[in-house]
Design a protein around this ligand. Sequence first.
Ligand code: OFO
Length: 169
Amino acid sequence: MISKKLNDALNGQINAELYSAYLYLSMTAWFSAKGLPGFAIWMRCQAQEELFHATKMFDYVNERGGKVALAAIAKPDSKWDSPLAVLEQVAKHEEHVTRLINDLVNCALDERDHASNIFLQWYVTEQVEEEASVGEVLSKLKMVGKDSAGMFAMDLEMGKRVFTPPVAE
Ligand code: OFO
């Protein structure tokens, strides 16, 4: 059984993960409309990952005898000035999510809930990967700058991404 405090915090995080999926889907639509299908594929995979993060937590709350309470998902942005502006927002957003995950770990430790602490370590590691992969894309985009041939090549590269759901431990 999880405490009410941790249960509420996990429900808050489920909402944050669903918001991330929503934001990344909005970015997917923006890239599609801008004629950058590769970036759109990359972004859609990003949204699918977020959905996985949300449902993994959803299942955990149920498994621990908690109560999942789904709240409204905030409206995501839908306009950006450039692909660089999109990726900069993704990077900022992931840093924010990392802080949320760290707060959740602190909450689990305060509640002396060691099982939840172990469960949340998966997200701690995942955030390191998320920040690194977004950082990599951001650096490449900065290198490409306004070079359209470079952007074309990068779009092809981004379109190779495939979403593979992590195997259940
Ligand atoms: Fe769920 O990691 Fe991004 O937001």
